[in-house]
Design a protein around this ligand. Structure first.
Ligand code: FAD
Length: 505
């Protein structure tokens, strides 16, 4: 057993953790230690080449969390969470959207003072990632034709840069955090850590797992217990704060294992209660989606950034400026879930994935035992919102996708609809198919919800401090009080930037 001490101990060198580590260690007198469960991404082409993302799913660099049975959804979904420096930004598709103002203003209205759009949006300009619209050479002709067909069929505008200004609806090529010259990622690790790896006041402990936060009298977080790659254990002390950046699955898991969570649940598992915070692990949210697949008339051209380069936003409810349906357009037939349902595999095809930006079903995460090695249970409770909003969104999405597919110039590429097939037309049948073939875009969030200091369901206050424990903050996607309309990674990066300001005062 060995001991070391720093000013700040950051648990997880992932999307937010890398930003925080870089910013806090700008002060040469501040000693920062990042403890990351995975290896370095430096020089690892499997990770750095963005288009290889799909081969990382389920690999040794993926914690790969199953879900519990989903009676109204797909019980076979595996939630990828990256085990590598840069976290999910070293694993994902790096589609990059600044949050929409309405999403942030909703956070502020829910008690998160200081998280309104006017305060938070300027952090987008501070991000070091190279966020650019998909380069012309990477624009596949079928994706271009999808954009043209979507604008013609639905009357939505074509958007050339989704981050130029807030949008209500539209189709276009995404902005992506990448280097168009090399096709390499501009992950949080590449953008924030690679340039500063030789900073003497920054220590990276890789392949090192934090099993528990050490919480002393106060209660106050003093440090963490770790298991190193050689199997030895140790304690790493934080003289100022422990900053938990382990993501929406592992941050609540770590808090619970450390005695911070619902007291009754903790006692049942034999874990000593440090702070009774029933919100830990609750409010598990996601962007669920389904899929509609077409076979194409032979192979399509190969150029692409990561095979999902363009998309579409639709607004059904015009009383809200934000879109309420999203579609990724994939230049590959994403058929894992449809093949399991008996639909054929096809060699050449494309798909659209109707996605629920403001999903209303709420899930929860809990520990199955006090054993830190046992994966927590994830229950998203997909499609269980009482008003049926989520399932109706998928039904509407499947119909809108067909409208786009029936429109030239996309129509001429497509030979037939493979799944669900044109005979599936009623609301009931589209819902049944859509829910069984549902998937995730890997956006679990919200499990250490931020809220007003007196909100009993909140886990952290608007300065991201864990309620009831001094010297402890959570800084990652788990603090989302509600889900953003758009893909969340950029918001998570901005949380890292914001947290650095809050911590430095
Ligand atoms: C396949 C995939 C595709 C996605 N595509 C997009 C996209 O295109 N656009 C978008 O906006 N979002 C996308 N997302 C979601 C987005 O990447 C995440 O929401 C975001 O990156 C989460 O950041 P985080 O900081 O909360 O957690 P993470 O980035 O997951 O960081 C957590 C880090 O903590 C480490 N860790 C965890 N527990 C411990 C522990 N106990 N001890 C030590 N280390 C630990 C992990 O190894 C990891 O590095 C995608 C996600 C996935 C998985």
């Amino acid at each position: 057993m060995s001991e070391q001490a720093y000013d700040y101990v950051i648990v997880g060198g992932g999307t937010a953790g890398a930003v925080l580590a870089a910013r806090l260690s700008e002060d040469p007198d501040c000693r920062v230690c990042v403890i990351e469960g995975g290896p370095s991404d430096v020089g690892d082409r499997r990770v750095l080449e963005l288009r290889n993302w799909i081969n990382l799913l389920g690999s040794e660099l993926d914690y790969d969390y199953p879900t519990v049975e989903q009676p109204r959804g797909n019980s076979f979904i595996r939630h990828s969470r990256a085990r590598v420096l840069g976290g999910c930004s070293s694993h994902n598709t790096l589609i990059s959207f600044a949050p929409l103002p309405g999403d942030l203003d909703a956070w502020a209205a829910a008690g998160c003072t200081g998280w309104d759009a006017a305060t938070i949006l300027p952090y987008f300009d501070r991000l070091q990632n190279n966020i650019v619209p998909v380069a012309a050479k990477d624009r596949n002709p079928i994706a271009r034709d999808f954009v043209t067909a979507a604008t013609a069929a639905l009357g939505v505008p074509e958007i050339s840069d989704f981050n130029a200004k807030p949008f209500t609806d539209g189709a276009g090529f995404f902005s992506v955090a990448y280097d168009p010259e090399t096709g390499y990622r501009s992950s949080s690790s590449v953008a924030y850590l690679h340039p500063i790896l030789d900073r003497p006041n920054l220590e990276l402990m890789l392949e090192t797992w934090v099993g528990q936060i050490i919480i002393g009298a106060g209660p106050r977080a003093r440090g963490v217990r770790v298991r190193r790659p050689d199997g030895t254990t140790g304690e790493v002390y934080a003289e100022r704060e422990v900053l938990v950046c382990a993501g929406a699955v592992d941050s609540p898991r770590l808090l619970l294992l450390s005695g911070v969570g619902g007291a009754d649940d903790l006692r049942r598992l034999g874990i000593d209660v440090v702070a009774d915070l029933p919100g830990v692990g609750e409010n598990l949210i996601d962007h669920p989606e389904s899929v509609i697949i077409w076979e194409t008339d032979g192979p399509i051209p190969k150029n692409s950034v990561m095979d999902s380069d363009a998309g579409l936003f639709v607004r059904r409810d015009t009383s809200d400026p934000r879109p309420d349906l999203m579609f990724h357009f994939y230049q590959v037939p994403f058929s894992w879930n449809t093949e399991r349902l008996g639909y054929p595999a096809i060699e050449h095809g494309v798909c659209m994935t109707p996605n629920i930006p403001h999903s209303r079903s709420r899930g929860r995460l809990w520990l199955r035992s006090a054993d830190p090695a046992e994966k927590p249970a994830l229950d998203f409770r997909y499609f269980t919102d009482p008003d049926g909003y989520d399932e109706q969104t998928i039904v509407d999405g499947l119909r809108i996708a067909r409208q786009v597919a029936a429109q030239e110039p996309l129509k001429s590429w497509l030979v037939r609809e493979v799944a669900p097939g044109l005979d599936v037309t009623s609301d009931e049948a589209l819902s049944e198919y859509g829910r069984r073939a549902a998937h995730t875009v890997y956006h679990p969030l919200g499990t250490c919800k931020m809220g007003a200091a007196d909100d009993p369901t909140a886990v952290v206050d608007p300065e991201l401090r864990v309620r009831g424990v001094d010297g402890l903050r959570v800084v990652d996607g788990s603090i989302f009080p509600s889900i953003t309309t758009v893909n969340p990674m950029v918001t998570v990066l901005m949380i890292g930037e914001r947290a650095a300001d809050l911590i430095r005062g």
